[in-house]
Design a binder for this molecule. Sequence first.
Ligand SMILES: Cc1cc2nc3c(=O)[nH]c(=O)nc-3n(C[C@H](O)[C@H](O)[C@H](O)COP(=O)(O)OP(=O)(O)OC[C@H]3O[C@@H](n4cnc5c(N)ncnc54)[C@H](O)[C@@H]3O)c2cc1C
Length: 291
Amino acid sequence: MQTPASFEYERATSVDGVIAALKKRGSGARVIAGGHSLMPMMKLRLAKPEYLIDINDLTELSYIREEGEEIAIGALTRHVELLNSELLAEHFPLFRDAEQVIADPVVRNRGTIGGSLCQADAAEDLSAVCSAVKAKAVIRGADGERTVSMEEFHVGPYTTAVGAGDLLIEVRLPLRAGAGSAHEKVERRAGDWAIAAASAAVWMDGGKIAEAGIALSAVGLTTIHLSRAEQLLKGKAPTDELFVEAGEIASTDCSPSADGRGPVDYKRHLAGVLTGRALRRAVSRALHQEA
Ligand SMILES: Cc1cc2nc3c(=O)[nH]c(=O)nc-3n(C[C@H](O)[C@H](O)[C@H](O)COP(=O)(O)OP(=O)(O)OC[C@H]3O[C@@H](n4cnc5c(N)ncnc54)[C@H](O)[C@@H]3O)c2cc1C
């Protein structure tokens, strides 16, 4: 039987209360959202928090809404809400692509975008999705609020810019004209973690790719930001040759390890193919919207 180490538990009633409790309890305290990553780790005793702060009652952190030039997503928004959001499907269809293949309904009904990003598992689909669309993360701590890019957010394996006393509050997605996006994933069976996954976003202007965002899941120690491929695409007309070239960069710039899901060469190949495929669909969606 897998049993967690003993811990104390508090149900938070406000964001300020969470920040105060994190400060008071120090590094032994941990926030719990959907619990789908933290609880398995506690049962295996890979995580042994002494004090759990349950944020599930903080409904003020659960929303997807347009705010000026951005879409704001509260940290406690569940996978199922991301899946069903028409606002996201209209502006950033890669969220729906990803949510259709993340886990199963039990996990999607409970797991949150905040938990997914803060877990920072290299195979997390939403980490690549948010990186590709150039999202910003709003983090609150005892010293106030700060906003960081996804490059700054991903510090290392299972490590983010969200420190011990911090709470991820919100994810902000910039709204810009000519956008298209797609997420491509290969998994061993429905609901499994990725063998490899690629997220791509493009912003088209006058038939050319004004800017691109590309990120990979499950083929490195952390989410891979493909900045070299993004630079390649900038200012170019979209062609199949260009997508293949971007895919070759993805194969080179990822760093997968061999495991039960496949050998290194296979995963590199997959990263390249999925990158090309995600870009092709992202551009097609952008052009379709432009028309
Ligand atoms: C069987 C199974 C299959 C899965 N398959 C996939 C998959 O295919 N693709 C995929 O991407 N994911 C997959 N997942 C993971 C799933 O998406 C989880 O929901 C997600 O990783 C964690 O979200 P959570 O809300 O459950 O976080 P929790 O488990 O509650 O928390 C995870 C971590 O984040 C911290 N945290 C949570 N919220 C905040 C916050 N607002 N601020 C600061 N820290 C916070 C917690 O302290 C903890 O360290 C799977 C999970 C399971 C159990």
